[in-house]
Design a protein. Structure first.
Length: 115
């Protein structure tokens, strides 16, 4: 069974860079595309970044372009989200998701950006 565990969140000041991670077990990580979603307080969960199995194709929600970078390390079964110049509106719980089983979610990692 696929399991996802996000980590690396916390409280940061606006403009302070942060990298969050998601480690996947239970399937062959390198076969599947991965995505990051986020859910701000009181709002729905939305897709913000996607990366293909090899890491050669990345896509972002318009508001994330130029600030966030998704990457992956297939040897470590881990996907990352580098958050540069975060803003208070980026405060949310961040989740990863695998195309290998899109019904499975991890606990998420809370990112809080203070102004």
């Amino acid at each position: 069974q696929v399991q996802l565990v996000e980590s690396g969140g916390g409280l940061v000041q606006a403009g302070e860079s942060l990298r969050i991670s998601c480690t996947v077990t239970g399937h062959t990580f390198s076969r599947y595309s991965m995505a990051w979603f986020r859910q701000p307080p009181g709002r729905q969960r939305l897709l913000i970044a996607h990366i293909n199995w090899s890491g050669t194709d990345t896509r972002y929600a318009d508001s994330m372009k130029c600030r966030f970078t998704i990457s992956r390390d297939n040897a470590r079964n881990t996907v990352y989200l580098q958050m540069n110049d975060p803003k208070p509106e980026d405060t949310a719980v961040y989740y990863c998701n695998s195309d290998g089983d899109t019904d499975v979610w991890g606990p998420g990692t809370q990112v809080t950006v203070s102004s």
